[in-house]
Each structure stands twice: as C-alpha cells, then as structure tokens.
Design a protein around this ligand. Sequence first.
Ligand code: UD1
Ligand code: CA
Length: 471
Amino acid sequence: MHKPVTIVILAAGQGTRMKSRQAKVLHKAGGKTLLQHVIDTALELAPPERIFAVVGHQAQKVRQSAEASGIGFIEQTEQKGTGHAVMMGRDAMAHLDGYLMVLYGDSPLLKVETLRRLIAQETGGTAAGVLMSAVMEDPFGYGRVIRSNAGDVVDIVEQKAGTPEQLAIREANMGIYCFRADLFWKHVSEIQPNSASNEYYLTDLPALLTRAGHRVEAMQIDDAAEALGINDRAQLAQVDAIFRDRKRQAVMAAGVTLIKPETITIDAGVEIGMDTIVEPFAQLLGTTKVGENCRIGSCSIVQDSVLHDEVEIGAFTVVTTSVLERGASAGPYARLRMQNHVEAGAHIGNFVELKKTRMGAGAKAGHLAYLGDAEIGSKSNIGAGTITCNYDGYKKHATRIGEGAFVGSNSTLVAPLEIGAGSYLAAGSVITNAVPEDALAIGRGRQENKPDWAKKRRRLAKTVEALKSGD
Ligand code: UD1
Ligand code: CA
C-alpha cells in the first residue's frame, strides 16, 4: 500500500465561456452536476476527509449542491487562476502526508480506473509528479505538454501564450495531476502571476519542479474524450451525449432492452431491472427506479419515481415523484403529477391526471379524469369524465372512495367527500354529500320525456313554411 492520496477539485471559476448566470460546475451532464460527477469519482479513491473542493464563484450554491458528500470546502474569493486556487488550500491540506491529486471540476468524464493508473505511476516511481496527457486531433484551448529529450515534462504552455511551434504540439494537458504532497507544497508558492493574464497558472509547476532538480512525468491516455474539459455549451452537449451513451450501454449490459437506444435519455442515478423494455424517446430521470419486466412507452417521461416489476407505462405518459406497484399500468397519455401511489394491478388510462392520489389495488380510471388529493379503494371503478373538485379557491380538500365503489361517468365529486365502499354513483352526478356504503347516489336533474314533442314541432315548422310561400 502506498501513502494516502488527498484530492483537490478546482471548482471556483465562473466559466465565462459558458455565458451563464450559473456557475459552470453546477451545469448538468448526464443528469448530474459536473462537480458531483468529479466528487463521485474522487470518493472511489479517497475518503471524504481527504477530498476538498475549491469554491469561489457562487460559492454558497456550489457548496450546498455537494454538501451531502461530506467533503471539505476551500474558499477562493477571487479567481486568480488554477495555481492560486490550490494555494488557497494550504491550511487545509499541506499537513496531509502522501500525495496530492488535482482534478478540475469541469472534467466530469474521468474514469476511476484511469485515475488509479495515474496514482500508481506516481506512487510507484520516482517522479515529483505525473500529469495526464493525451495526443489530440485538435488540441485547441488546451495547454501543450513540452517534453525533454528524456521524455520528462519540463513545461506546459497555455494556448494563449504558445509560440506557433509550441502550439503545433498535439500532446495536451488534461488538467489532472498527482504530485508528491511535500514537494508540491514546497514549490507551489513559487508560481508567479502570468505576465499577460495576471493569473497564477498551476501549469507552471512542472517547470518549477524541473528547475529544482525534480522530474515530472506524463501519463498518456488513449482516448482524450475521457478528459474533455467543458468550457462552453457545445462541449457540455458533447459530454452529455457521452454520459447518456455510457448509461445506455450499462443498462443494456444489465439486461434491459432499449429500442432505438440513441433516442432514449436515462439519468446517471436511474436503476432499471432485467427484461424491462424501453421504447424510443422515453426519458427516465432523477432517482427513478424501474423493476423487472416493465415497459416504458415511447416519449414518456418518468422522474424521481419507483416502478415495481411488471409495470406498464404507455406512450406519452408523464410520471413524477410517484410509486407504481407490481403490475400497475398508466397511459398512454396519462399524467401522474406528483406523490401518487398506484397499488398493484391498478390502471390509469388515457387523459387521466392524478395528483397526491392513492389508487387502491386493482382500481381503474380508464379515461379522461382528474383525481386530486384522493384515496380510491381497491377494485373501484372511476368512470370517464370523473372530476374531483379538490380546490375551493382557498384550500385543497380530500376525497375518499371506499373499496369496490362504482363512480359513474362524468361525476363531479365536490370535496371534502366520503364515498362508501360498494356504492354506486349515477352517471353525470354532482356529489356534494357523503354517500353511505352500498347506496346508489343520484345527484342530477331527473330526465323528463315529452311524448310527440318533436313530431309536433316538425308539423308546426311545415305550416309556417307553407304560409310564407303562399301555397
Ligand atoms: C486548464 C489548464 C490547461 C488544460 C485544461 C484542461 C491551466 C492554467 N490550464 O485550462 O493546461 O489543458 O485546463 O481542461 O490550469 N478554477 C478555479 N479557480 C481559478 C481558475 C480556475 O477554481 O481561479 C477552476 C475552474 O473552475 C475549472 C478549472 O479550475 O474547473 C479549470 O479552469 P479553466 O479556466 O477551465 O482552465 P482551462 O482554460 O480549461
Ligand atoms: Ca477548462
């Protein structure tokens, strides 16, 4: 075992090139903030007490977004460059022995294996530091790695400062380093502000270490895409696409069928069980968990919800913060707006909206209904056009429907309301009072038939016509 590694994540920059009011590291790719991606990767390599994020721009918000991870935070009140950012952590980190790994908060694609290799090269050798590099087709915007004849890294030259010969170098600095902690803290304060930008560049450190008689190595990775730094929205989209693809590959490898996978969006935190089928253009978002043998219909959106086994979500259905138990179904064209609980085998049909509603096991609302703040007993049937009037303009009220009730089509249920088990509501009723168990409630004007009314009307019309034409 090598000595421990401390990890510092630089996340204080504003991200000017994003053209955003929001700090760059709070933008999301693959359904997670850029910073959270980097933190999650770091947590696989070190305990939270050994991980620090340097925050500055929108420090409060950035810190809040990542507080739950238990890592430490360092404030960089003025963003004076990547070298300056790490220097802010001297008090928090310089006494920690072993190695110091620096990661940039805008490079979320990094894989743990790759960072392990970087650490292994540093801890297994004699170099003062190892940086990650890649030979890129177009390294524009990246620092270029300048090597000695022996192959050691003697300097990094930034895009803005490079001579044409230096900029022709295609080996780029990925912004990921592992240093010997003692040498790092000894020499980092020697970094001078860059003459052009007045910023302290961490990338000056290899030259300083070399001058002090130490060696810095590079570890080349084959696929520069892994270290893509996000500076603008186009790169954000590019990285998002890579995360989406990684996630799709992972769920397919775990036994999920994706039909036209390239059209499907699955957030990083989503779990899907075996033999579930996801149709084109579906989106599974947030903390959603899907069981086995489910079907997620085309163009449906399921967010922060739990679907047990054998649940069917029809096409164009939106489900948010809801639970659907085994064998339940919803849609096509249904909306489970928030905090609904659909018990086993219950069915929510087309153009039905649910809000804070519990559908008992086997209950059905087949078409065109609004059920809000309602508890619906098992095996009840809710007819087409049923509306819970749950809002009186001031407050929300509950509707409680007992087991096995039959709510006729086009019923208007004025809450607060209790409807007894096994009762019947006549179609077209406006129900304002409690209905006892097993009763029939009719809440509408009675029908009246007027015999021959139509015939007489037609006869009258004919007579009028005849008088007019003078026959
Ligand atoms: C940096 C490297 C460049 C490398 C590239 C890889 C430097 C000087 N250059 O350039 O060699 O090829 O990354 O992606 O390091 N940050 C702070 N405080 C600051 C400035 C920046 O915390 O004062 C943070 C930013 O929030 C960001 C990270 O450091 O997460 C990198 O900064 P950025 O401005 O994106 O550096 P690049 O120009 O991309
Ligand atoms: Ca960057």
